[in-house]
Design a protein around this ligand. Sequence first.
Ligand code: IMP
Ligand code: MG
Length: 194
Amino acid sequence: MTEVASVLFGREDVRRRVEELGRTITGDYVGREPVLVTVLKGGAMFLADLVRTIDLPLQTHFIAISRYGDAEESQGRVRILLDIDADLADRDVLLVEDIVDTGLTSRYLLSVLRARGPASVEMVTLLDKSARRIVPLAPRYVGFDCPDRFVVGYGLDFAERYRQLPDILEVRDLAALRADPDILAPLITGAVAA
Ligand code: IMP
Ligand code: MG
């Protein structure tokens, strides 16, 4: 029987890479106080770990969106469910994403942020599924280039499940997961101790 999912980026690789990103961002933003804006819910874990590796004063804000169907159908247009409560005028904004896939959602969010008069807008994504890109969009900071596979864990969900897995798993049998969204549940118990 083939495995439904297997580890793509383990927790130790993630920890090391996040630390490197934090060091790079620290160097690039020395003397400034960046405003990190994260998209709920997937980006929450990454943001929480990332900010603790950035050696600068900074702000964290959250934005929550809902998609109209999938990104391709909706061309990335989203409804903002929770907006950030900070004035972005003249600020250095860093959009923090869990994953960039087609790029449509991020392109839309970047345009929303740019419309608010910031001094700069850059983007950091933990995972970049660059092979799936529809719109040209190159995040300034990328954790890992991600193969064209569905992934879960470390914030990423399937039907709101598996965000808490400490490792990032690639789903090898998406049909099996679709048929039974709880099929990976055994990985949750035991994941902490693994
Ligand atoms: P995009 O607009 O196609 O770039 O979509 C990005 C969004 O799709 C991400 O913020 C995720 O919520 C979701 N997404 C894309 N690929 C995956 C994946 O492999 N696993 C879980 N969610 C994904
Ligand atoms: Mg999702």
